[in-house]
Design a protein around this ligand. Sequence first.
Ligand SMILES: [Zn+2]
Length: 204
Amino acid sequence: MEGQIESVDVQEAAESSPCSVEPCGERAAAEVDTRLLCLDHFLSVSFQELQSRHERLRGQECDPAVTAAFNKFLAEWARQAESLVEDARFADQQTKARLREALLWVSQAGKSLRRSPRLATAVPVWLRREDSRQTWEEDTWTSMLSRHGAAFVCRHPVEIGGTVVLTRKDKGSRAAAHVVYSRMDSEGRRQIGVELIDRDDFWD
Ligand SMILES: [Zn+2]
């Protein structure tokens, strides 16, 4: 694909230039929307911009031009994040985990804009956590869905990498999943993202 060849060139050019966030000066690792960014600022400043643009789009009637521009930004961001995950020079597992977590958010954000109405993705589930130190179960519902994952409001603290069991209230089917992120949303609720283990038909 010609887009990929282009992004390699961009990345090579970016690597010899400094991050555009003042007064950072770190070597740039990515370029999004003609802005050069170091890895840290790619994951903070640029990712936050992505999230706030997504939030604004969700709150309004979709203007196709604005949505298209956002989707382009989203795709560009994801392509750079994917190549950074692949890059052996960033062996730091924590950074790779943050990139993967961001990519899961990106894939769900893209879907949530395409899907209408968003309520169609609200599936009621029991979320259960079992281990020797803490066992709990709560009623919740999905706030976002993807083939291999989902996001939920969760009242219990969970650690990234932990395993939870989901049971669909409508069908009774169960699946285990890994927690890939846990963060507070703008309304102060904990949102967790999970990736299903060995299942891709759970949500039909
Ligand atoms: Zn920087």
